[in-house]
Design a protein around this ligand. Structure first.
Ligand SMILES: [Zn+2]
Length: 368
């Protein structure tokens, strides 16, 4: 049986340890200790050094006690701000923060579920294949842990990421690719009162470009958003330069490309109309994730759901996570809903039922 008091106590311990992105060391020390006390090998990779953090990712190896292909479970150690001095409060069946911080169930609930699932298997001597835990750093701020993961330490191909909202049984089978975009508009400065006709306003070029753009919800699979605009200096100078940053996401790589082309075409049309020049730069932050219908990881997890009478629900998500990065590195990555709610707000909460229910599913997946 999943032990409710034990998982709750572990979860409380974890959320009370401060761990903003790139400062996860104290959590890493805590996790290393409890894993090494049981005799498991804990390795730390160089992701911390590569990304400026105070610890790397932890990779724990739990030797097989039965047959089956190796399987990995991943959860990130960092939390979004405000996350310093979290005071977890138990309110009936609900765990929330005292109100000044996030709870940090994103993603310490995932860590607690993986460990409690293992506790359950150990308690009852239930055989399992080789298991790996990946406790990653800096997911919330650019997924630098996953990006810099030393994959040599992780021989399992199937990896379950315990890091999504949605109740137990939620399986995230698609996640969008994301492009970070920078548009730089260059006009010509001139005195705005004496010789404005000699100037070209970079702000007007930017405005013209933006006015032509289709943005926000493009279609069911695609989104785009302007994040920041910056330009010009003072009112009596025609603005020489303006910069816009934006992002675009799509579950479909072709649609993402089309949106990028559309946004660039709007910049070109604006320059045709107003004059001046533009630069359109983008970088694909991570690839789209698609879990194939016949993938082994999906079969493994859906079978485990059936065994504990949980109805699996395949869903897409609009956000990116470690799963996108791991998928891009060739792992069979599948993210599970773990019941965390209102994440990234001070109203974040999780129910005890979610903690124990998802831990039970994780344990069932481990047995496969
Ligand atoms: Zn998360």
């Amino acid at each position: 049986m999943i032990n409710k008091d034990r998982i709750l106590s572990l979860f409380f311990d974890l959320v009370k340890i401060d761990s903003p992105s790139l400062k996860e060391k104290e959590v890493a020390v805590y996790l290393r200790k409890i894993m090494e006390e049981r005799g498991y090998e804990v390795r730390e990779d160089n992701a911390g050094k590569a990304s400026g953090g105070n610890t790397g990712n932890l990779i724990v190896r739990i030797p097989a006690t039965g047959g089956g292909e190796p399987i990995a479970f991943s959860a990130h150690m960092d939390c979004v701000q405000p996350c310093l001095g979290v005071e977890p409060v138990l309110d009936g069946d609900v765990v929330r923060s005292a109100g000044n911080t996030v709870l940090g169930g994103d993603d310490k609930a995932g860590i607690a579920m993986a460990i409690e699932a293992l506790n359950h298997l150990e308690d009852e001597s239930i055989p399992h294949p080789e298991i790996y835990f990946v406790f990653s750093i800096c997911e919330e701020s650019g997924m630098h842990g996953a990006k810099n993961l030393n994959t040599d330490l992780l021989p399992a191909k199937d990896i379950v990421i315990l890091d999504s909202s949605g109740e137990v049984g939620t399986l995230v089978v698609a996640a969008p690719a994301k492009a970070g975009i920078k548009m730089i508009f260059t006009g010509r400065s001139a005195h705005a009162g004496i010789a404005p006709e000699e100037g070209i306003s970079a702000i007007q070029i930017a405005a013209e470009a933006v006015a032509g753009m289709t943005l926000l919800r493009i279609d069911a699979e695609t989104t785009a958003n302007l994040g920041h605009i910056d330009g010009g200096t003072v009112t009596n100078i025609v603005a020489e330069s303006a910069t816009l940053t934006a992002e675009a996401r799509s579950l479909d790589d072709g649609k993402l490309q089309a949106q990028l082309e559309h946004m660039e075409a709007c910049c070109a049309a604006a320059v045709d109309k107003v004059g001046g020049d533009y630069k359109f730069e983008y970088e694909i932050s991570y690839p789209a994730l698609h879990v194939a219908d016949d993938s082994t990881i999906l079969k493994r997890v859906e079978l485990a759901c059936e065994k504990i009478n949980v109805t699996p629900r395949r869903v897409p998500t609009g956000g990116g996570s470690d799963a996108n990065i791991l998928y891009g590195k060739g792992f069979n990555a599948l993210t599970l809903g773990i019941g965390m709610s209102k994440v990234h707000t001070t109203d974040e909460f999780i129910t005890i039922d979610s903690l124990t229910g998802c831990a039970e599913l994780v344990a069932e997946i481990m047995k496969s």
